[in-house]
Ligand binder design. Structure first.
Ligand code: TMP
Length: 212
């Protein structure tokens, strides 16, 4: 029947400040979904394994200097270079759990003072997520968690600005989870949002594009 033809995986995006718990929640979620017998992969941006990703990584670790607009476009290119693979995975029924996406791109670059619409422009036409979950943590609390690894953006004052831009980007479809709750509670809430979203994609929800 028609439903089966259009069945696909879900594009699930986790967003939040540095140290909000995205990475550990992604891996918990991955195990859970695999345990349910679902086809699922865990992705992250920046994807530091590509040539573009290498340039980004060297910038983040302060091993190179790049103009703010240049690095913004590299982050965007890093998503564009994965777009066709992303689409084919989703169409073949694989759910992708993506740790950071275009919203990080826009929030972090806008926090440096770049115009927000300028920042959004190169993201237009990338695949739109089926679900955005924002792990909400006050910047001060994130800083207390320690383990800011010394990368370029891992500073309290900067993270405060990033959180303001996440607020601007946030729309009513985003699911917000209080990231200060115990990890198990966060995990449980996350699973529920994700399972609902996957079910809708399996029924044949069309893929759509960001900001275009
Ligand atoms: P990570 O710690 O999740 O690997 O991300 C590295 C840093 O890059 C993090 O501080 C967020 C920032 N970032 C951007 O500035 N723009 C982007 O498009 C992405 C995906 C991340």
């Amino acid at each position: 029947n028609n439903h089966k033809d259009n069945s696909r995986g879900g594009l699930i995006v986790l967003e939040g400040l540095d140290r909000s718990g995205k990475t550990s929640q992604s891996s918990r979620l991955l195990s859970h979904l695999e345990g349910q017998g679902l086809s699922v992969e865990s992705w992250r941006f920046p994807d530091r394994t590509t040539c573009v990703g290498n340039m980004i990584s060297s910038y983040l670790t302060n091993n190179s200097q790049l103009d703010d607009r240049t690095v913004h476009l590299l982050f965007s290119a890093n998503r564009w270079e994965k777009r066709s693979l992303m689409e084919s995975k989703l169409r073949s029924g694989t759910t992708l759990i993506v740790d950071r996406y275009s919203y990080s791109g826009v929030a972090f670059s806008s926090a440096k003072g770049l115009d927000i619409d300028w920042c959004k422009a190169p993201e237009a036409g990338l695949l739109a997520p089926d679900l955005v979950v924002y792990l909400d943590i006050p910047p001060e609390k994130a800083a207390e968690r320690g383990g800011y690894g010394g990368e370029r953006y891992e500073q309290l004052e900067f993270q405060k600005k990033v959180s303001q831009y996440y607020n601007v980007l946030c729309d009513p479809t985003w699911k917000i989870i209080d990231a200060c709750l115990p990890v198990d509670v966060v995990e449980k809430q996350l699973k529920e949002f994700v399972m609902n979203s996957i079910a809708i994609c399996q029924k044949g929800k069309p893929l759509s594009q960001l900001w275009s």
